[in-house]
Design a protein around this ligand. Sequence first.
Ligand code: F6P
Length: 367
Amino acid sequence: MLKAFDSNVECVGILKGWKGFMENITIPLKIQDHDDLHTLGGTFLYTSRTNPFKKLQKAKSEEEKEKLKEEIAKDMAKKFEKLDIDALIAIGGDDTLGVANSMYKYGNANVIGCPKTIDNDLAGTDFTFGFWSAVQLASNTMDNLTTTARSHQRIFIVEIMGRDAGFLTMYSGISSGADIILVPETPFSFQNHVIDVLKRRVKAGHKYHIIACSEGAYPSDKSLENDFKTISKETIQQLPKDSFGNPLLNRLNISQILSKEINLREDLKEEFENNNANFECRDVVLGHTMRAGTPNSFDRILGLRLGLAAMKLVLNNDFGKMVALKGTKIKNVPLSEGSKKKYIDPKEDEVELRNLLIKIRYKSREI
Ligand code: F6P
């Protein structure tokens, strides 16, 4: 908006995401009301989980899907006239930007994508804005939880947002020194990655334990079959889906399941008692507290930089791009590439670090 105002470009805000776009709900944006917007969390434009392409889920073949997609995208491109806008900067995650990309691809609409999500799961950018603020919130909470975990000698399972991507859990878990970190990218073995680690930790003298667990983390099929008493493979298959067709993993309540399963393990209880430690597991769901408060400095500045780059693309009539952070520079990438999903790569150093951190915690005391 700073660049738009400086370039005499009039701005309107579309309320409630794609819902407002479809239903022509806009407000004029006056720079004097929003010149410190980067210091605020959330969005004054409101948001919704409306997916204009929802119909596609009912398509019976890939061919029908493509046809429908094209129809809807062309219809949406026509909305520009109704809304009286020349260009749209879509701000959001893979769902929001996926819609923007289809509008560009099929309807040749003047759209630019701006990557904003706490999940950091967009392929075209190193970081999305919102991510580091949420990492900090989760990390602070896990730091704080150690106080009560230590006093009561408890195991705490902390459930962290991020849907099917584990960046939030991995980064906040490493940052706060969590003792076990479970992410969706690699289905875990309850026996090897949780029970055995807890046993080794308690033998090594640790009396409390923090487990950082993604809301989307889930056990391997083998582990589901062998290690669980309270859920089965069907429990995961039967989860409801959101309007974009994503399984609602947070409905699984994985932290609650794991805490129940841990409390049921007599062998673990015995190991804790033999090592003179209390045995009790509790679960904490961070949920929306992770999307709370004001953004940190990194996100404020990243948001401003991405906004400036997006407006420059609009001024150059250079559409179908996503603005992105690459290293320390802001670059443009094709929206089709940028809006794809990104997951933790098991070969990356974060994974190696996590594994080292967890192993060294008990190994160093065993020697
Ligand atoms: O995509 C961002 C995110 O915060 C995810 O991490 C989380 O699963 C989801 O949104 C929660 O969405 P809602 O607030 O609509 O339940």
